[in-house]
Design a binder for this molecule. Structure first.
Ligand code: F0G
Length: 453
């Protein structure tokens, strides 16, 4: 499908340019962990698309006209009107980001000991479920017909699980589209089936709508029933099947911060606004400034535009396709973001020597590229079974919105190609210090040098 960037560039930021030798020194000082490298030393930051997009002229202009009043400001009223019309819900509350809503909402909808079922809970959502004392159980489908909607939840298995716990014991969160494990969308049919099941069992159904707009685009382009509908209308239909929806505006809201809860339950609205007064702020700003709410309102509208979504999704797919042509092992199908199988990209490195980390370091050294490896260290797998999804050692590429151009992608493709061509020279890694997560781990190349040339 042909597409182009639906904008021209008005403000530019120079790209960092360092030599390979300089980057090796920086990486050494950062414990051979690209997450620890300072932003000023990164040329292409593909670690996340969360809050990292470029703003439009309309967003900047609206920020100048913001109303910074505490109670029912003009900026809040604009955001409220926008969210209500986008989602079709009667009540909305702003929040500083997605997880703030989860933190407020989950204790209101649940009691400790209950189970939260999901297609895939995002790690922070899982963490909040833990904090609140919920059991988190993922019931993902095992692929879908023609792999179009691999983010679907397994409705049959969910029914069995719900029979076991009963209506008092559960709630369901559907991540639409799911970020983990590989950014796959959810079909409208799956949402409809799930909604029927949740009504039958009388359990609340919540949408984690961080990537709701991209999901709507996948429905439009992969389900012929929806091909003539706008993404906005598809999204409205998606929302109509849920009891409550929360969205992180840092992704499909195309803003640097923010989020919201939307619901038709006055009771939930009252309880969440009561709690948020103590933790986030009054219900008419929820931790955001007036200018945040102005820019978020416009970002939400820009982010659901069909032309924008075509650029967003198709440019991601195109980048994935050219990486595949360059010999990179990209996990198919490409959904929201590009996920690489690090173990297959560097097959000479056993999985117990962290191939995704090694690939990540090689990308940083060769081209200043930062991605995100997801739980590589925790997946230490002595068996070295590369087909086993548990030992895929995934490296995630998320493309910030409206930031990098096609020629940047071609340039990055060349960096990847160079690495694949000399992959045999890349060393495995050893963990020197691992306290809590991949983000803070300290590693080193096994024989002291990343490239053995
Ligand atoms: N749910 C999903 C599916 C997410 O992808 C994220 C964040 C959240 C909830 C939390 O939202 O960051 O606004 O608090 N994902 C980011 C990422 C961090 O890099 O994919 P938040």
């Amino acid at each position: 499908m042909s597409f182009m960037e639906p904008f021209r560039i008005k403000m530019v930021e120079p790209l960092t340019s360092l030599t390979m030798e300089e980057r090796i020194k920086i990486l050494e000082h950062s414990g051979w962990n690209p997450f620890q490298v300072e932003g000023r030393h990164v040329t292409f930051d593909l670690a996340t698309d969360s809050g990292t997009g470029a703003l439009s002229q309309d967003q900047w202009a609206a920020m100048m006209q913001a109303d910074e009043g505490y109670f029912y400001s003009r900026s809040f009223k604009k955001l409220e009107k926008c969210v209500k019309s986008l989602t079709g819900f009667q009540f909305m509350l702003p929040a500083h980001q997605g997880r703030a809503v989860e933190h407020l909402l989950f204790p209101i909808l649940s009691k400790p000991g209950m189970t939260v079922f999901s297609n895939y809970l995002f790690p922070t959502t899982r963490g909040i479920a833990d904090l609140v004392g919920l059991h988190a159980v993922d019931v993902p489908c095992q692929g879908s017909p023609d792999n179009s909607f691999n983010g679907n939840i397994d409705c049959e298995r969910l029914k069995v699980e719900l029979e076991k716990v009963g209506p008092e014991g559960a709630m369901v969160v559907l991540a639409v589209a799911s970020t983990t494990p590989t950014g796959q969308p959810v079909s409208m049919a799956n949402i409809q089936d799930l909604s029927k099941i949740c009504s039958k069992f009388d359990v609340p159904l919540i949408m984690d709508g961080c990537r709701y707009a991209e999901n709507a685009y996948f429905i439009k382009t992969r389900d012929k029933e929806y091909k003539n509908m706008t993404c906005k209308h598809i999204a409205l239909k998606m929302f109509s099947y849920f009891d409550h929806v929360y969205v992180s505006a840092k992704k499909d809201g195309v803003y640097n911060t923010g989020g919201f809860l939307a619901t038709n339950s006055e009771d939930v609205y009252n309880k969440v606004s009561g709690r948020m007064f103590y933790t986030e702020g009054f219900q008419t700003y929820g931790g955001l400034t007036g200018r945040d709410m102005e820019a978020m309102t416009i970002g939400l509208l820009e982010g659901i535009d069909d032309k924008f979504l075509q650029y967003r999704v198709e440019s991601t797919r195109m980048f994935g396709d050219i990486l595949k042509e360059a010999g990179v092992h990209v996990i198919d199908p490409i959904g929201c973001g590009i996920y690489l199988n690090g173990a297959k990209c560097l097959p000479h490195i056993p999985t117990c020597e962290y191939p995704a980390f090694a690939l990540h370091c090689a990308l940083y050294v060769s081209g200043g590229i930062r991605c995100a490896q997801l739980g590589d260290i925790l997946k230490l797998d002595e068996s070295n079974e590369r087909e086993n999804p548990k030992s895929q050692h995934i490296l995630r590429i998320q493309i910030p919105r409206r930031v990098y151009t096609l020629s940047h992608m071609l340039h990055m493709r060349d960096i990847f190609k160079g690495i694949i061509e000399k992959r045999e020279t890349i060393s495995g890694m050893r963990v020197v210090d691992f306290t809590s997560s991949d983000y803070s781990a300290v590693l080193e190349p096994l024989n002291g040098k990343l490239f053995d040339e």
